[in-house]
Design a binder for this molecule. Structure first.
Ligand code: CTP
Ligand code: CA
Length: 226
């Protein structure tokens, strides 16, 4: 409802949103990637524009169109996404990491196309930088709000919410938007159900419905931080 107020409640706010899925090159033609479409991040960008924000979208391999009024910075890999987000975040009031960032990348991508040799290669991987944790630690601008996302499944060690709480505490972000994946929820689907946690792991909001509904709930939670 706040989004319908003339002018909007994010007027004068500069927000940076990362969206999509990174691709980590193996050689000039191959990569390690993931199934993120960028839909939730794009919905966040659309909602922020509607509420009056100035929006920069750092988009990794987006499968969906960028809404009007959004400044797009296209990127490919996790390293490119990190650099673009940090540059844009220098004068942002809010940074939302909605992108699916690779946890590992090939240690040294080949400069020429890898040939089939008959001996299956073993890929050597190295961990990528945790961009969200780094942003939360650095706070590139005074009073900057940092928001993360987490797609979780329950397992034998913990429930979706328990994994979310542990991650919220670990990351140091102001908000962590947790969604359950599996059972037809999450990647590539139009609808979403999320629990929004603060940095201590406490539940501050719940939302379900379209990715647009979830996007507005995230901006409401950001607004509620003051
Ligand atoms: N993220 C990031 N940089 C990475 C990996 C993840 O900034 N190298 C961000 C994502 O954009 C998201 C949040 O961290 O906002 C949570 O990502 P997730 O994959 O759920 O967390 P991880 O810490 O990578 O833990 P795991 O994959 O083991 O669950
Ligand atoms: Ca991860």
């Amino acid at each position: 409802a706040l989004g319908l107020v003339a002018g909007g409640d994010l007027v004068g706010r500069r927000v940076v949103i990362s969206a999509g899925g990174t691709r980590e090159p193996l050689d000039p033609v191959r990569y390690l990637g993931n199934r993120s479409s960028g839909r939730q991040g794009v919905a966040l960008a659309r909602a922020a524009v509607a509420r009056g924000a100035q929006v920069t979208l750092v988009g990794a391999n987006l499968a969906v169109p960028v809404p009007p009024g959004v400044e797009l910075v296209p990127v490919g890999s996790a390293a490119e996404l990190r650099e673009a987000v940090r540059v844009a975040a220098k004068d942002a009031d809010v940074v939302v990491m909605a992108a699916a960032v690779a946890d590992y990348r090939p240690v040294s991508p080949a400069g020429t196309k890898l040939k089939k040799t008959g001996a299956p290669p073993v890929l050597e991987l190295v961990e990528t930088v945790d961009i969200l944790a780094e942003l939360a630690h650095d706070r590139l601008r005074d009073g900057q709000v940092v928001v993360g996302f987490a797609a979780e499944t329950g397992d034998e060690t913990a429930s979706v919410l328990e994994h979310g709480r542990a991650k919220a505490r670990r990351k140091g972000a102001d908000l962590l938007v947790v969604n359950a994946v599996g059972e037809g929820q999450g990647f590539g689907t139009p609808d979403n159900a999320v629990t929004i946690l603060d940095g201590t792991g406490a539940v501050v909001a719940e939302a379900s419905g379209s990715k647009d509904v979830v996007a507005d709930a995230v901006w409401d939670a950001v607004r509620a931080l003051g």
